[in-house]
Ligand binder design. Structure first.
Ligand code: KG4
Ligand code: ZN
Length: 347
């Protein structure tokens, strides 16, 4: 079933189009208001409940979303100065993600669209990460490649338009963010460990050798790194129980360098293969300082136009969902009240 746009919506279509966007796919509850493709507000409530567990606990995440969703939406509306009666559509992340978390956002969005009698727009979380680049200037020129690296995904995407994206390569096992989080957990760091490894790596040297998976084509693999780090730490800690504590910076730097090198090798290969020089990074791991500076270096050496998002648009946020929804609004691509959350939504 597809939503039928009311006459009233069309009658006022000369006005700015205001969309409320909801993101609840993992552990951050976020709401944003987008007006004609400009982000007016982008509120993110970060869940602290998972820190001690070394990863997101799905049950805790959905409970936290239930607590935060109304205050977060309220804040986003207030910060944007847009009243509910001035909204033209409600957008939400349909998937992929944790089912219980997605259901909170999807149900909230459906209820609000029904109450206000306005269209509903579903958004794919990974499309939203890519399209986050259109929240800021300079916007990437088409076609561009986007290395999308998050806690759940690692993909190289060829983007020919907001409506035409193709996965060229992806991880066969762990995602890049997962590699940071899981090795960080072995180092005794709290979740999410990516930003902490980034921080400790600043004062370390890459003196330890970890493997880079040699996978054909443009796919990635990070599970071998996780296993290598596990045995390395076990053996070194046997010799010296304080090994991790005293070597945290060097281990962090060594792990980070291997992850960044694996990502960049495939990104360079993809750029050569597709003959594309517009190169973007997106997703939580694109906040990594080593990845950002390595991309800048490669861009200088290879005459690439590099697009590195602001930190606000790297992590999960509803602003990016609103930008993706803006393009769907232009295409009048709406969904009905029978839409449901999809943990494994197809790209
Ligand atoms: O995109 P995101 O916020 O959520 C998902 O959709 O997964 O990405 C979260 C991931 C986590 O694995 C986190 O450790 C990682 O991004 N991350 C980082 C950094 N900041 C966040 N990884 C490495 N360095 C960072 N500075
Ligand atoms: Zn994400």
């Amino acid at each position: 079933m597809h939503f039928v746009v009311s006459q009233a919506t069309f009658a006022f279509s000369f006005m700015r189009v205001n969309i409320l966007a909801i993101e609840s796919s993992c552990d951050d509850t976020s709401a944003a208001v987008i007006s004609d493709g400009c982000v007016l507000s982008n509120i993110v409530s970060v869940q602290k409940a998972h820190a001690e567990y070394g990863g997101v606990v799905p049950e805790l995440a959905s409970r936290e979303h239930q607590v935060h969703i109304i205050p977060v939406v309220d804040q986003a509306l207030k910060a944007s100065n847009i009243r509910t009666k001035d909204l033209h559509a409600i957008a939400f992340t349909r998937g992929p993600g944790l089912l219980g978390s997605l259901i909170v956002g999807v149900t909230f969005a459906k209820s609000m669209a029904l109450t206000l009698d306005i269209p509903l727009i579903e958004v794919h979380h990974m499309h939203a990460h890519v399209l986050a680049h259109f929240a800021e200037d300079p916007k990437p020129a088409f076609p561009f490649l986007c290395l999308t690296v998050s806690g759940g995904h690692t993909q190289i995407i060829r983007v020919d338009s907001p409506y035409d994206m193709k996965i060229l390569g992806q991880t066969r096992d762990d995602a890049a963010g997962e590699a940071f989080d899981k090795t960080g957990k072995m180092l005794g760091l709290t979740y999410p460990a990516g930003p902490l490894i980034d921080k400790y790596a600043h004062s370390g040297q890459a003196i330890y050798d970890f493997p880079i998976a040699d996978i054909a084509g443009l796919d990635f693999s990070f599970s071998g790194l996780k296993t290598a780090v596990m045995y390395f730490l076990r053996d070194r800690s046997k010799e010296n129980p304080d090994f991790i504590k005293s070597e945290l910076a060097n281990i962090s730097r060594s792990v980070q360098d291997v992850i960044v090198e694996s990502l960049m090798r495939k990104l360079i290969k993809a750029a050569e293969q597709e003959n594309i020089k517009n190169i973007a990074i997106a997703g939580g791991v694109s906040a990594n300082s080593a990845l950002r500076s390595r991309l800048e270096i490669e861009a200088r050496n290879r005459s690439w136009n590099a697009y590195i998002p602001d930190f606000e648009y790297c992590r999960d946020n509803a602003g990016m969902v609103g930008i993706a929804a803006h393009y769907k609004w232009l295409a009048k691509d709406f969904v009905g009240q029978d839409v449901s959350a999809q943990a494994r939504l197809e790209f």
